[in-house]
Ligand binder design. Sequence first.
Ligand code: ADP
Ligand code: MG
Length: 365
Amino acid sequence: MARVTLDTLRKEFDRGTIVAVDDLDLEIDDGEFVTVVGPSGCGKTTTLRMVAGLEEPTSGTVHFDDEDVTEIHAKERPVAMVFQNYALYPHKTVRENMAFGLKMSTDMTKEERHERVREMAEMMGIADLLDDKPDELSGGQKQRVALGRAIAREPEVFLFDEPLSNLDAKLRTEMRAEIQKLQKEFGVTAMYVTHDQEEAMTMGDRLAILNDGKLQQVGAPTEVYQNPVNEFVAGFIGSPSMNFLDVDVETDGTTATIRDESSGLALSLSREYVAGHDIESGPYTLGIRPENIEIIEEPTGGETLTSTVEVVEPIGSDNYVHLDVNEDFLARSPADVQPEAGDEVGVTFAEENLHLFDAETGEDV
Ligand code: ADP
Ligand code: MG
């Protein structure tokens, strides 16, 4: 299998007016599963197509292990790609669809190809569909055929472009697990593109977060969740999204106070916190995740702030409590915390859970 290295990989369109991928550096270890995640239009598909050889980079290189494959034709690269729309041939049977990739890329005999197809079909639980045409299959079955066809080629690098977007929620969860199992079983290096942060959190050994063609952060899902490097990553990873508040920080270098006049927020930071962070007096964006907020139903005045409850949404184990702190401020509370709309409640959060971002650059401090 192969380690994949992208070095200052860049793709411009329309004579440089569109920078789809902006000098991307990324290394995917041999056998690793890396999920590339970011909003629509951030350059995910273009990146994947450059790895596959379907798109020529404007500059930069792609290596598989130590081999520079930047100039190597897609057909000559040991990659298989799975798409959202399955890309199956409608007039071919499942068997023919699965055998087709083998015909293109290997020198197997017809018998060997059919034996391989049968093996893969059995593994994917689609052996009884081999004589069907794609339009006789459900979405989930089509995606299994597409996966089986891809893995049958025994690629060194497996590329996925939002393969589950067309499936319903239950099937999506099932297929997520199946793809991960398949990838580990074959030990193949995988790059998985999605705009869905939840999918990214559950699937990758590591996440690579893209925005506007630029790599924002690479790391294990929990690491990115706990230590987002900037406001974009903080807001994109985690569901429901992190709350943000414009605040003013006043510090003498050893102690610091955070204030926000409009919400009445006042919070003193510990000396340890101040010593461990690069804080100056001035404007910041404070970030706090809904799950890290504690609602005090009978406020005592000692809370970080007090606010009015707007809406309470029960989700079973927990309640989403919408608060009138700013336009869109949400707390996730255990179901036994049951304030009502209109209640005045206290809001607190632990210092170790808050994030401070530079008001100008959005960088975590
Ligand atoms: P994503 O997959 O993250 O949604 P894409 O890689 O498809 O993003 O696109 C990144 C940017 O490049 C977008 O602004 C898109 O409009 C632009 N783009 C992609 N392909 C082309 C193309 N062939 N010609 C011109 N612009 C393109
Ligand atoms: Mg795309």
